[in-house]
Design a protein around this ligand. Structure first.
Ligand code: ARG
Length: 402
């Protein structure tokens, strides 16, 4: 009989390297290692050789960047999804896509088990496993980090040396870092004290606002139905556009976030994020919505944004709820087209102007000059009726309290 096969979400780091050998022995199985490119800068060369040297019998490297932008990031941007009003959800958005890619490879290569390297305290285990359950409920799920014997990094390194597992010589950062094109998540080390300001070395890509250029950058961002399509008049594909805004924002210290957030598993954690492009785009998109969305739609959409962010954070991306919310969001974005001019300066992004063929701003109505076309007389009757309920209420209160 041929051996069982396990598909593992592989990063090339210590945990997932040790996992290959550990799972192979424990289950007497073959290992298929799967790595997805979501735009992380981290070394992704030689990963295949490394996975095979570590004991995997197969390796897949998938470039998921375009899929990530088109089918995940843009949806989240259009929805205005910021978890607890701050976090643009880079890590959280990447998980369902990685999990889906893992399932796809597992099915193609006849694996019967799926494994990930997430800890038992975090959100990511939830996101992976909920996605597995909705896409391939028949596959068995393994989470070695929740059950193996290693209680420290040193113990894992000792095991790796003992079994000739290649571990990279580079010194381990004092932080735990997850990165993709929508942002970088940084935690652990001194950051665990929420009163401790993040040391400069915690930041991976952004210049500190103090060291940012004295000259501001001005950028024109053009949107079509809620999706950014051009910078300074140059049409660009989504990936290039995000990369360019990450570069420009990072140079000006834009997109540093520091929050204590509520994890799915009931723990509050302190996390630092760097998300220049996400910060700029969410800001610009929202300003364009202020101009182009009808009042009740604009105000109601806030609730949808919060529900959408919770759904991403909580790992239920592949769900009828997301599809239903997408329906609402799509309907609102038909008129979110136009141009937003922003300024990047020493850590902040501010608005210089906005314009749209769908603008609901009517200067003839808004103006206080001669050009005014607003019917001031109409206000009197409107206010009479609008305040009638409260007037009646107040009269009845007064009568009965005498
Ligand atoms: N707190 C973020 C989330 O739950 C990031 C998690 C991964 N963070 C990390 N530093 N490895 O989406």
């Amino acid at each position: 009989m041929s051996k069982d096969k396990i598909a593992i979400a592989y990063s090339g780091g210590l945990d997932t390297s040790v996992m290959i050998k550990w799972l192979k022995d424990r289950y007497d199985a073959e290992i298929v290692a799967v790595t997805g490119n979501l735009g992380q800068q981290k070394e992704i060369e030689n990963l295949e050789q490394k996975a095979l040297d570590t004991g995997a019998s197969g390796f897949s490297f998938l470039d998921l960047r375009a899929d990530f932008v088109e089918n995940y990031i843009w949806k989240a941007l259009k929805a205005g999804a910021l978890y607890e009003d701050v976090y643009p959800l880079a890590t959280a958005l990447g998980r369902p896509l990685l999990a889906k890619a893992l399932v796809d490879v597992a099915l193609e290569t006849d694996c019967t088990m799926l494994a990930h390297g997430c800890t038992g305290k975090g959100n990511d285990q939830v996101r992976f496993e909920v996605t597995f359950a909705s896409l391939a409920p028949h596959l068995k799920v393994l989470a070695p980090l929740r059950e193996w014997e290693f209680t420290s990094r040193e113990a894992e390194i000792a095991y790796a040396l003992e079994h000739d597992i290649p571990v990279s010589a580079t010194k381990k950062s004092p932080y735990s870092i997850d990165e993709n094109i929508w942002g970088i998540s940084i935690e652990c080390g001194v950051l665990e004290d929420p009163m401790m300001p993040p040391p400069e070395d915690a930041y991976q890509i952004t210049t500190s606002p103090e060291k940012a250029p004295d000259r501001a950058a001005v950028i024109d961002i053009e949107f079509e139905q809620g999706i950014p399509i051009a910078l300074d008049g140059r049409k660009m594909d989504g990936l290039a556009l995000i990369e360019e805004l990450n570069r420009a924002g990072a140079a000006h210290g834009v997109g540093r976030l520091d929050m204590v957030e509520n994890r799915v598993v009931g723990i509050k954690s302190r996390e630092i994020y760097e998300a220049p492009a996400a910060t700029i785009l969410h800001f610009a998109h929202r300003e364009l919505e202020r101009l182009t969305l009808e009042k009740t739609v604009f105000q109601y959409k806030k609730n949808i944004a919060q529900d959408y962010a919770n759904l991403i954070y909580n790992g239920t991306w592949f769900s009828p709820m997301r599809e239903a919310l997408d329906g609402f969001v799509e309907a609102t974005q038909k008129t979110v087209s136009g141009l937003v001019r922003v300024k990047l300066f020493k850590g902040s992004v501010t608005l210089l102007g906005r314009t749209s063929p769908w603008s609901l701003y009517n200067e003839e109505l808004a103006t206080y000059t001669e050009a005014d076309t607003f019917n001031h007389k109409a206000a009197e009757g409107f206010i009479h009726l609008y305040g009638l309920g409260l007037k009646t209420y107040s009269e009845v209160q007064a009568r009965n309290s005498r």
